[in-house]
Ligand binder design. Structure first.
Ligand code: CP
Length: 328
């Protein structure tokens, strides 16, 4: 039974992840029709509450909602009352009071979606919070691997890059492990969180060649300049020479290995220009599948019968009523 909110892969078990992927399989077919729209969420309102920039996640949640006939509202902090000092929780409660059926939250601080979920009745979907989790990215990545490879169980997935600061890495490690893959991470030592092997059941490498040996999936992560607080590696040029994925380094992986990247790509840093654009890279498949996967998320989390929202008068009446008493 899937819970009310989607805050992290940490809250999902294998059956729940597989249910989301199976539902995305059905949703993908809608995107292949001439008229890419079904009435499933007609009359429902979905609010995109993004406090941090996004291209893929925000647009694909909007397209996903519209394909299901929901009304999708994009909230922009730069032109809202947050500029006048309104708190994030007050902003979220204000938007929910307009009868939102789901609120999609991205924020640069870890834990903000969970805090918002504590005060809202509407389901909250985490669209990326700080260095914590990005659950829908991991789900669409698993969906893409399952589509291309036909399975996840038993595959070897190598994640390369800034593991320490990456919410995508954290969610993907959890998701691929829950689905039965072996997960390896590779990075310069300061970008590997301490005790990651014991905590997450992955194998950590500082040699890219060893990490890629026999890999089925190679996932490069973005170097997150906005989250780097110190000198984690000597220079971008050195990072690229040692950990940037190009065709020569890819030879260590299996012959039919695929290359993934959550985007946005720093071309020539994490990935060569050639691999950013051509097979075996599946970057645009990831983007395309993001819409189907987010349709599945909206269907499963925002598609339930709407709860009766409590009006101010009803709340006041409840407060006046003696505890356990019946309404007159
Ligand atoms: N992968 C990802 O989260 O991209 P955006 O920041 O463009 O949403």
């Amino acid at each position: 039974m899937i819970g009310r909110d989607l805050l992290g892969i940490e809250d999902l078990d294998r059956n729940e992840i597989e249910r989301l992927l199976d539902t995305a399989d059905h949703m993908r077919e809608i995107g292949e029709r001439e008229v890419k729209k079904v009435p499933t969420l007609r009359g429902r309102t979905i609010i995109n509450l993004f406090f941090e920039p996004s291209t893929r996640t925000r647009a694909s949640f909007e397209i996903a909602g519209k394909r299901l006939s929901a009304d999708v509202i994009n909230f922009s902090p730069s032109s809202s009352s947050t500029k006048k000092g309104e708190s994030i929780l007050d902003t979220a409660k204000t938007l929910e009071a307009m009868d939102a059926d789901a609120v999609i939250v991205r924020h640069e601080v870890s834990g903000v979606p969970r805090r918002i979920a504590e005060v809202l009745e509407a389901p909250v979907i985490n669209a990326g919070d700080g260095a914590h989790e990005h659950p829908t990215q991991a789900l669409l990545d698993c969906f893409t691997v399952r589509q291309v490879k036909g399975k996840i169980d038993g595959l070897t997935v190598t994640i390369v890059g800034d593991i320490l600061h990456s919410r995508v890495a954290r969610s993907n490690i959890l998701a691929f492990r829950k689905l039965g893959a072996e997960v390896r991470v590779a990075a310069p030592p300061p970008m590997i969180p301490p005790a990651i092997e014991e905590t997450f059941g992955v194998k950590a490498y500082t040699s890219l060649g060893e990490a890629l040996e026999g890999a089925d999936v190679v996932m490069a992560l973005r170097i997150q300049n906005e989250r780097l607080e110190g000198a984690f590696f000597p220079s971008v040029r050195e990072y690229s020479a040692t950990f940037g994925i190009d065709r020569a380094k890819l030879r260590y992986a299996k012959q039919d290995a695929i290359v993934m990247h959550p985007g946005p790509v720093n071309r020539g840093v994490e990935l060569s220009h050639d691999l950013a654009d051509h097979r075996p890279s599946v970057i645009l498949d990831q983007v395309r599948n993001g819409v189907a996967l987010r349709m599945a998320v909206l269907y499963l989390f925002a598609g339930r019968a709407p709860r009766a929202h409590t009006s101010f008068a009803q709340r006041a009446e409840g407060e006046r009523r003696p505890s356990g008493g019946e309404a007159p």
